[in-house]
Design a binder for this molecule. Structure first.
Ligand code: MN
Length: 323
């Protein structure tokens, strides 16, 4: 159990759920991605592995890519997860082993479901906008869905509304009575919040979800906690609402979901349940089995890194090692 989880979220008196019940600000880590991009990795962290089924959160940019290739991530495999891609600036072409070739631009959502196995690449087109800025998120698939067929969906028409001074774009799940068209497999929410005015904005939450917020641009305060790009604010569960005091124009990402109780083994681009599963996925990728060939991308696939010399361990969402 980590320190965050020891906070007495269940013992607060009713009616004070919006008072800070022990939110924790978690600084991210800078990680190179492909040859030309550095991302801020906000999940997983040692102190916080997951928020609902969200198991991986990368925030990249804004980067000046006017004289550079932009994003260049060659073909690589995934198992056991969905990738969720959302851009604030720039353009990426998604190509995958289902034959998909699909540009994504700001305001559009890509959701790729790996099921048992898929391969994809993500590259900015040669002629691309001068700024690259966005997030890529992974959602762990529950046991009941993770052996399913791979799938790719592009959503250009997402629920969008104004709640007080907040412009809300619902990426996945349900919020405020709206529902995203994106298919998910656990109770989940992901939404972009754009601050329209200087007044604090109150957003309704579900007590049975845990939540986190990150600033993609601008800045905000949640209670006494300042939030700026590069950190994840874990809000915990048991809240009826959260009040944001965001600078006008700031763009925040709200992530939440029902706590995900299945322990995971996460290694490289694979999400599994055991060391043996990950070894098998790595062997299949290296041997050219299972994942297929990415359409319209002749670049050499990314080689899998060497496995560690010790067995990979399953971890709970709290970071506890099972065995
Ligand atoms: Mn990927």
């Amino acid at each position: 159990m980590d320190r965050t989880e020891s906070l007495p979220a269940q013992t607060r008196p009713p009616g004070v759920a919006d008072v800070d019940p022990g939110s924790v600000l978690l600084p991210g880590n800078d990680v190179p991605l492909g040859r030309y991009t550095t991302v801020r990795r906000l999940l997983p962290q040692r102190r916080r592995r997951m928020v609902g089924a969200w198991c991986f959160v990368d925030h990249f940019g804004p980067d000046d890519v006017a004289e550079r290739p932009g994003m260049e991530v060659p073909p690589h495999p995934h198992t056991g997860l969905q990738t969720v891609t959302w851009l604030l600036d720039g353009e990426i072409v998604h190509r995958d082993s289902l034959g998909t070739v699909r540009p994504i631009r700001p305001g559009q959502l890509n959701v790729m479901t790996s099921g048992h196995g898929i391969a994809h690449s993500e590259r900015s087109p040669a002629a691309h906008p001068p700024v690259m800025h966005g997030v890529q998120l992974w959602v762990a698939l529950p046991d009941a869905a993770r052996a399913g067929a791979p799938d790719f969906a592009h959503h250009a028409d997402l629920p969008l509304w104004r709640d007080g001074d907040l412009d809300v774009t619902l990426l996945v799940g349900e919020l405020g009575g709206e529902r995203s068209p994106a298919v998910t497999h656990t109770p989940l929410v992901g939404a972009q919040l754009t601050a329209g005015g200087a007044a604090p904005a109150r957003l309704p939450l579900r007590r049975d979800f845990e939540y986190a917020l990150l600033a993609m641009s601008g800045s905000a305060r949640v209670g006494d906690v300042p939030l700026a790009p590069g950190a994840l604010l874990y809000l915990g569960s048991g809240r009826q609402s959260v009040t944001l005091d965001a600078a006008p124009g700031s763009r925040l990402l709200l992530l939440g979901g029902a706590p995900f109780e299945e322990p995971l083994v996460m290694w490289w681009n694979f999400v599994g349940r055991s060391h043996e599963e990950i070894v098998a996925a790595r062997e299949d990728w290296t041997a050219g089995r299972r994942f297929g060939t990415v359409a319209d991308d002749a670049a050499p696939p990314l080689p899998a890194p060497a496995l560690p010399t010790t067995r990979l361990k399953a971890r709970t969402r709290h970071g506890d090692i099972l065995r």
